[in-house]
Design a protein around this ligand. Sequence first.
Ligand SMILES: [Zn+2]
Length: 387
Amino acid sequence: MENAILEQIKNEEADMFKLVEKMVNIDSGYDCPEGVSEVAHIIGNFLTKLDFKVEYLETANEPVQILATRPQVGKKKVMLMGHMDTVFPKGTAAVRPFHIEEGIAYGPGVMDMKSGIAIGLYTLKALIDNKWNDTDLTVFFVGDEEINHPKTNAIENFKKYGKGMDAVFNMEPGRADGEVVTGRKGLWRPKIKVEGIAAHSGNEPEKGASAIIELAYKSIDVTNLTDFTTGTTYNVGVFNGGRLANIIADEALAKLDVRFKTIEEADKAKENVKKILSKTYVPRTKTTLIDEGVIDYMPPFEETESGLKLYEFLRKEAKKLGQPPLGRLYVGGSSDAGYTTMVGAPTICSMGPKSVGAHSNNEYAYIESYVPRAQLLAMAIMHLEEM
Ligand SMILES: [Zn+2]
């Protein structure tokens, strides 16, 4: 059966690219929830034929999520996850539609992450067409990952459906050399606002209280919190203040970007920033932390023992297939893999194809990597008992 499954994946390569083409040519950025819905229905129709129970989870006025399940009592539980949205606005697909040139696939979202979706679907098809019923399968794709799920319950759902899984594969794009990602930093992006008192800098400077000076001191203090040994970093990336040279500045605003490897470090970072802001350098200034919560926060995808065990297992399966050594990376950018990890599910991110240039007009994916990736995923699902 195993050979038949691997063989079918190879034989259906052209169909897999047709599916990628169909999805890439549908705009599904944040301005296009109807595009997300169209993609969701393509996925839903595909999985319905494979005997999945398909549900479209609606959130009022927000992009749909798709949940597909194929329960098998007592078997290992595997979830494929990801997102159907892209960062590209309406009209992009018409300007640069899907195409393949010299072994490379192009088009909006081809890398991030419509190819990963197609790889997942054709893997499941090969398994099920060949009567593989020894895995309890779940597929969960959301429609607002690129904007951090501001208004849907995607985060709760990742935790809900991820809980109890024996393995979760996030179908985000693989890295340039085909590496998977086993850990990602989380991020927090608050703003710091300082209000001061304006005064004429020539006539009566003593009446003023400079918001710029206050914020400058605090920016330095915050930046000094950076600790490369724990990997927690603080960056004041934007700093604005004042209106004219002859006015003591009565307002200043900084945008902060904090990155951390663990939830514990995230909590510590928040405490530390608040402590610094509670201090006053320039009397009569007032400092406020503007924290927009979920929009500007992503939890880390923590490297866990069970996650690394899943990676080791995957590496062995890749070797069995005669694939080049499967590398792994820890990266600074965040993804939804953090949520399934938080509830204890061993999670591997970046199971999609070998690709380059996410979020840019130059994103592309190497077409020779699709079949090997699908075969690796199939092997991992079939042999999970051996992990
Ligand atoms: Zn992505």
